[in-house]
Design a protein around this ligand. Sequence first.
Ligand code: SF4
Length: 311
Amino acid sequence: MSDGSERLHLPVLEAPVRRRHPEWIRATLPSKPAYFEVRNMVRELKLNTVCESASCPNIGECWTRRALTIMILGDICTRSCRFCDVPTGRPLPADPDEPRRVAEMLGRLSLEHTVITCVDRDDLPDFGAAHWAETIRRVKEACPQMTLEILAGDFKGKTEHVDIVLDADPDVFAHNLETVPRLSRQVRVQASYPRSYKILEHARKRDAVTKTGLMLGLGETREEVEAVLTELAGLGVDIVTLGQYLAPSKSHLPIERYVHPTEFAELEQFALAAGITHVVAGPLVRSSYHADGQAALVRDLRAAKGLAPIS
Ligand code: SF4
């Protein structure tokens, strides 16, 4: 039965063969008032979102539910990951008023759960850690009942900066591995799998609720994905997302393969059987996709770790 939403096929931009995405990859057209309400608020408060900056195909669906992922520390990234549509360059200084505006926006939206992410700021001495901490504190003050997930970079592996962020007590600490070890350098030029693993390991040692995500369709094998999932289960990572890589343009890495929804379902079962508590897998899954429905899960995970309850 139709839910009344209009749907469209996404344009395929990747080189060298022009082809349409398979029929299971569809986006919802932004048409409902809530979408425009969110967009107007983002503009009014001069905020950035990864939904727009990364050309996320889910923006119509998510913003219609008032679910968005605010991106802090500007809209220019110091890295040049080959899957990502966020512009690379020399960013402006961090805006000291941005944490207040983020808190104001989230206070107005009255959400149960939200995700905030950032561009990588390798130009800053602390890679943006203090700005992160101030944003978390402001948001928790403005929205004491909301669960807050942060999707952070790797802080170049410097755990003292990760600690500054963790000390502000985000309810979920997420950092994406993005791909399997063999492809990591090719996909994330200035990052590495071991460094990202170390960040997750450090957050686990601090008893944070942890989350990571992988994109599929970049050339990885099923065995490589299963090996990563087994490793993550052993590490005790709480939440894992698996989604299809979609090339934002011809100049990004090409799509090597479309993973069928059945394979996503099998990998989800594999990860759950391996011991990961919560797995979200599917062609349009992104690390923040449907995270807005995870407030109860996050409260339970915090309680299981003996972390302070959310008021
Ligand atoms: S999946 Fe995440 S990034 Fe994409 S539109 Fe939804 S909230 Fe934004």
